[in-house]
Ligand binder design. Structure first.
Ligand code: ZN
Length: 134
């Protein structure tokens, strides 16, 4: 018997009860297929040659920064912003850092910095799960 927490992405079925698709994305609920993971992921806008190619951070990573995101975006909720395609990396960073805006030296900086913070957050979560924090 494998608990949800032990499911590994790509190895086991989606954590959603009754779904037999292979898990593709690790979420706060365990590994899930793309369809069931989507509500748990927040889209970061990226445009490649003018076409919208979002990538994702965990909703749980953005959730504590909802207030700042609302202040920065006319009181729209994270859910509303996600429906509208998410935030740019710079906009997401501003919210996470508690600022009204983020000014990168060049466009790639914002994505790099957001990924760095997201990866650090994922590592801190993993440490808590493994009981090695503090
Ligand atoms: Zn599924």
């Amino acid at each position: 018997m494998i608990s949800d927490a032990c499911r590994e992405v790509g190895k086991y079925a989606c954590s959603r009860y009754g779904c037999h698709a292979v898990s593709a994305i690790l979420t706060e609920m365990g590994g899930m297929c793309v369809e069931h993971a989507s509500p748990l992921l927040f889209p970061i806008q990226e445009f490649i040659y003018g076409s919208y190619r979002p990538w994702f951070v965990a909703w749980e990573f953005m959730r504590p920064h909802e207030e700042q995101a609302r202040r920065n975006h006319g009181q729209q909720t994270l859910a509303r912003l996600a429906e509208r395609g998410g935030l740019s990396a710079g906009e997401a960073l501003a919210a996470v850092l508690g600022r009204s805006q983020y000014e990168p030296r060049e466009p790639a900086d914002a994505k790099e910095e957001l990924l760095r913070m997201f990866n650090a957050w994922k590592l801190s979560k993993a440490a808590v799960v493994a009981g090695v924090e503090g």
